[in-house]
Every structure is written in structure tokens, then in C-alpha cells.
Design a protein around this ligand. Sequence first.
Ligand SMILES: CC(C)(COP(=O)(O)OP(=O)(O)OC[C@H]1O[C@@H](n2cnc3c(N)ncnc32)[C@H](O)[C@@H]1OP(=O)(O)O)[C@@H](O)C(=O)NCCC(=O)NCCS
Length: 171
Amino acid sequence: MSDESAHERHASLVFRPVTERDHARVVGAIPEWWQTPNSEALPLLLPRLFFQHFSDTSTIVEDGDGRLAAFLVGFRSQSQPEVGYVHFVGVRPDLRGAGLARSLYERFFAQVRALGCRRVDAITGPDNMRSQEFHRAMGFTIGGDTDVDGVLAYLDYDGLGEHRVTFTRVI
Ligand SMILES: CC(C)(COP(=O)(O)OP(=O)(O)OC[C@H]1O[C@@H](n2cnc3c(N)ncnc32)[C@H](O)[C@@H]1OP(=O)(O)O)[C@@H](O)C(=O)NCCC(=O)NCCS
């Protein structure tokens, strides 16, 4: 997308907190937006409870026609109150590369900073290169201890065969 059209599209976007009513269309968008080998199973990682209990720190973006443009689901850690955690972030494929995910992260940083957080964490799968490149560009430190197909990841982090790359950043 050209810089001009990216800017125009960004200008018409509306950012607001998620509500429970947003759950169905967000999980409905995930397989098409992610396009990773496991993307059909991913919606199960984002149950309705996130939309019920973490709406203050989770954002929906709609375009000028009210269509879903992007979302971020995150929260402040209950066990580590100085930590904010981004659980899911997604941008509609035709709106990528325009700084939309960066805006969502900056909004989240401001929200959790106001709650006393000083660090933000997230994770992804070793096959999600887009997420790794995005988090690198956003200044996150990438963690892992084992080479998994050329990517440093923690083996069996989320269960047998569920390797993960970790991200952390001071805010
Ligand atoms: C990852 C994702 C959220 C990025 O959204 P985006 O709106 O295109 O990202 P932005 O335009 O805000 O990019 C912010 C920075 O990340 C960089 N970046 C984003 N995607 C990148 C990619 N695929 N490769 C390299 N760099 C990338 C941008 O160049 C930009 O850097 P800069 O500000 O220094 O120029 C989007 O590609 C997506 O929805 N992917 C599918 C879902 C997913 O994998 N989510 C993350 C795991 S939960």
C-alpha cells in the first residue's frame, strides 16, 4: 500500500475498548488473518472471558464502514502488577504496514503504564515470523534457548511440542 492510501485509511479508523459483543467477529477473523499452520485452532486461545474481564486494556479498531480493522487483547498481570501482557494482536491484511499495530501497542503501553506497569510481555510460535519481526521493530527483546528450525525458542514452553518465542520490553 502507498504511504498516502495507508495514511488516509488510518485517519478514518475508530479505536475503542472491546465489548462482549465483539467476541464472535474477532475470533471469526483470526484464521484468515493469521494464515499460520495452526490458525484454525487459534480462536480457542481467545475465549469470551477476555472480552468480559479485560475490556479496559483491550481495543477494537473499526474502519469507516464499521468493519473490523484490527484488535489487541491485553491485560495487567494480577501476579506481577508491574507487567502488562499482550495476549493477541491482529491487523486486517489490507491495512498492514501502516503503523496500526504500533498504534495499538502504544495505546496499550499508556493504559498499563497508568496502572503502574513498567514492562510488557508477549509470546508467539516459532513459525510466526511476522510477529517476531513486528516485536523486534517495536523494541522487544526476543527470548529462546533452543534452535527450532532456525529460530530461537523455548522448547515445550506451553506443553509437549508447543515451543514459544518470548518477547519483553520496558515501557
Ligand atoms: C504482526 C502484525 C500485527 C503487524 O501489524 P502492522 O499493522 O502491519 O504493523 P505496523 O505497521 O504497526 O508495524 C510496526 C513496525 O513493525 C514492523 N513490521 C510489522 N510487520 C512486519 C513484518 N512482517 N516484517 C518486518 N517488519 C514488520 C514495521 O516495519 C514497523 O516498523 P517501523 O515502525 O520501524 O517501520 C500483523 O502483521 C498481523 O496481524 N499479523 C497476523 C497476526 C499475528 O501474527 N499477530 C501477532 C501474534 S499474536
